[in-house]
Design a binder for this molecule. Structure first.
Ligand SMILES: [Zn+2]
Length: 48
């Protein structure tokens, strides 16, 4: 397990978790992911 921390850009939300390292990152350009991310591409990775 690895300690990972993160949060939003304005700093209001912060989080910390213990999880296995993320080994796979995926990119998706479908219309649902573009709408959800508000960007031309969405990135995601599994957390176990
Ligand atoms: Zn998608």
């Amino acid at each position: 397990m690895t300690q990972m921390t993160g949060g939003c850009l304005c700093g209001t939300i912060r989080y910390a978790m213990n999880a296995s390292p993320i080994l796979v990152i995926s990119h998706c350009h479908c219309s649902d992911c573009r709408r959800t991310a508000g960007a031309p591409v969405s990135r995601s990775g599994p957390i176990t």
